[in-house]
Write a protein that binds this ligand. Sequence first.
Ligand code: NI
Length: 171
Amino acid sequence: MIYPIVKYGDPVLEKRAARVDEFGTPELQKFIDDMFESMYAARGVGLAAPQIGFSKRIAVIDCSAGEDPAQKVILINPEIIAKEGSQTGEEGCLSVPGFREQVTRANKVTVRAQNVEGESFEMTGEELLARAFLHETDHLEGRLYISHISALKRDLIRRKVRKLVKAGEWS
Ligand code: NI
């Protein structure tokens, strides 16, 4: 099923998500399938469980946006274990629609996570994939990408969002 995407302002996005400790269940597989479906429907390349209202440490990524099944990544209880270099580029978030900002991140990132069966693995990504690892694990800490931009730019977004909320155009 396709879940609606939770938007900036909802407390679930600013809360540290809980670890997953049950693996290999049909419920977990179904939830992950739903996450991919919800992400593709929203035309995103990454989605964290809090963005559909579940405060759990699960993220899905597909930098090919559904074009190449080999690029589907499932991260359960992920941890960033290495970062290298730097890249600056435009970043956005399905939970902050209509806004994009320049964000500087590491260019090469290694993540350690568990798969649906609970097996631990490590994966290294560069450029967009590295950015997605960092963006999605941030979500699980209750941190949005706008925490990486200047306070001035963040306030501007906050004010614009407040106006959209008042106009009933942000839900
Ligand atoms: Ni996001």
